[in-house]
Design a protein around this ligand. Structure first.
Ligand code: FES
Length: 76
């Protein structure tokens, strides 16, 4: 299940860690909200950022550069 066919633009800070939804069930996408606990084998992806930047996080769950958008959503 995908959240949207477009990336999420998120401002991140150096030293910040995010737990990103991988199961497609979070109601707080792209962040994990614990919904994966009902799905066997599902877990969020922890990403550590080392610089301040705007990150484009995959919302379609099809990117080959997970958790970042690689443009795959354009073909969906
Ligand atoms: S949102 Fe998934 S590849 Fe862009």
């Amino acid at each position: 299940m995908s959240h949207q066919k477009a990336p999420y633009a998120v401002e991140v800070k150096a030293g910040q860690s995010l737990y990103l939804c991988q199961c497609g069930q979070s109601k707080n996408a792209p962040h994990c909200d614990g919904s994966h606990k009902a799905i066997a084998g599902a877990a969020p992806k922890k990403v550590d950022f080392t610089e301040d930047k705007k990150a484009y996080l995959c919302g379609c769950h099809q990117s080959k550069n997970n958790p970042f958008c690689d443009g795959t959503h354009k073909g969906l």
